[in-house]
Design a protein around this ligand. Structure first.
Ligand code: GUN
Ligand code: ZN
Length: 438
């Protein structure tokens, strides 16, 4: 049976790239809009006045007159198993992994525990307006089943994978090159393209994989052109020195992944804080993307990712934005955009609020090669939406009164917003989150 529904209210979507066009010209603002949805997908989006007569009788219409409706946000780098150790004190990357993360990840051998955290994590994502994420599970295949089962229940479009780690990690968190390959192949057969679920081959980072494991990850990717790949790159200075020691025959950190055949479209490299010109050029040439994780980079003291260098027009690298929970201290991409703005300021650049929103929506979907499914409000795409309430918080309410332009309103929203600023979240046309109180 055809399911039809509609959402009315002001909406925002991008019809151009705000890094190559004037940011406010790239953004389309429909002050009183209508989004018509059939079987989870948008069939029409435009002014209420011109579309109201096309709404079939008895269609339910959810109305958000004082809000800003947007495509749901896309988190291109996050670890669901680290939710319980978010905001853990005092360490930089390698010590933080050892003290907090590895003990936390060991618990996911227990399927019941994995299911419980996966459920809380997805619930939290929807509460902050995120409808798609690229997610690391743990080395345990059951942590992946737990995550995809819950995502399938919600019908969210999620990218996830089993972490590959065959050295430099506690014994109870290690696989072998062969078992990692076999378990990943099995999970791919079970989950990749099942409903809206997508698989990412997930070597954690160069130090925790042998060259054999990385080569097998490359071999696995070669079996299917639409698989994702996700790993970490050039995050922290001690990590980089360690990679140099572990891979003396490689020309650079990125070259470790390159030689294993891991760089291609739909490969997502997280952080790249210390990337140089040659790294950006190679990312551009191979079509892989970078997940910018400014909250995490500040939290662990990793450094400042040069976003505008990555986006240099002659050899642009696709960039999305990532919360990187648990190193990132917030799952809210509004808060991550606030961090991104401050990091850009520190590098003497300005991240315009429309550019920020684009990174979290249409730009994120482009960086994942999913722009024909998600990231914009346009016919044919899934009705994955979030409803921003710029006046949700006491400060937001005060500030909204002085905001005279849409750009100013959007900027204040991305600087001051958090989970309270999300009035509702829709997944394939179904409302999966509705804020109870403000
Ligand atoms: N590098 C390798 N593993 C991790 C991780 O879990 N989080 C972050 N931020 N960096 C990593
Ligand atoms: Zn990470």
């Amino acid at each position: 049976m055809t399911q039809i529904s509609a959402i009315r209210g002001p909406f925002l979507t991008f019809h151009a790239d705000p890094f190559t066009t004037d940011p406010m010209d790239a953004l389309h603002h429909e002050p009183d809009g209508l989004i018509l949805i059939e079987n989870g997908r948008i069939t029409a989006a435009g002014p209420w006045d011109s579309l109201r007569d096309t709404i079939p009788t008895e269609t339910p219409v959810d109305h958000y007159p004082d809000m800003l409706i947007s495509a749901g946000m896309i988190d291109t780098h996050v670890h669901y198993p680290q939710l319980p150790v978010i905001a853990s004190y005092g360490e930089q990357l390698l010590e933080w992994l050892e003290h907090y993360v590895f003990p936390a990840e060991a618990r996911y051998a227990d399927l019941t525990y994995a299911r419980s955290v996966a459920r809380q994590f997805l619930n939290e994502l929807l509460r902050v307006g995120t409808t798609t994420a690229a997610v690391y599970c743990t080395v345990h295949p059951q942590s992946v089943d737990a995550f995809f089962e819950e995502s399938e229940r919600l019908n969210t479009c999620m990218i996830a994978g089993k972490v590959l780690m065959d050295r430099n990690a506690p014994e109870n968190l290690r696989d072998t090159a062969q078992s990692g390959y076999d378990q990943s192949a099995d999970l791919i057969a079970r989950w990749h393209n099942r409903g809206r679920q997508l698989y990412a081959v997930t070597p954690r980072f160069a130090p925790t994989s042998t060259p054999e494991q990385l080569d097998l990850a490359g071999a696995l990717l070669a079996t299917k052109p639409d698989l994702f790949m996700q790993t970490h790159l050039l995050e922290n200075r001690s990590e980089i020195a360690w990679v140099r020691e572990l891979f003396p025959n490689r020309n650079s950190y990125l070259d470790v992944y390159d030689k294993a055949g891991l760089l291609r479209p739909r490969a997502i490299l997280a952080h790249a804080v210390h990337a140089e010109e040659a790294d950006f050029q190679r990312c551009h040439d191979t079509g892989c993307s970078i997940a910018h994780c400014p909250g995490s980079n500040q939290f662990l003291g990793s450094g400042s990712f040069p976003l505008f260098k990555a986006l240099k027009s002659e050899r642009r690298v696709p960039v999305g934005i990532g919360s990187d929970i648990g190193a990132g201290p917030s799952l809210s991409l509004l808060q991550v955009l606030s961090d991104a703005y401050k990091v850009a300021q520190g590098l003497q650049t300005n991240l315009h609020p429309a550019q920020g929103l684009w990174l979290a929506t249409a730009g994120g979907s482009q960086s994942l090669g999913l722009q024909d499914r998600i990231g914009s409000i346009q016919p044919g795409l899934y009705a994955d939406l979030c409803v921003f309430d710029p006046a949700a918080t006491p400060l937001g309410r005060i500030r909204a009164q002085t905001a005279e332009t849409l750009a100013d309103c959007l900027f204040a929203l991305t600087m001051l917003g958090d989970d309270r600023s999300i009035a509702a979240t829709y997944v394939a046309g179904q409302r999966r989150h509705e804020r109870k109180t403000t």
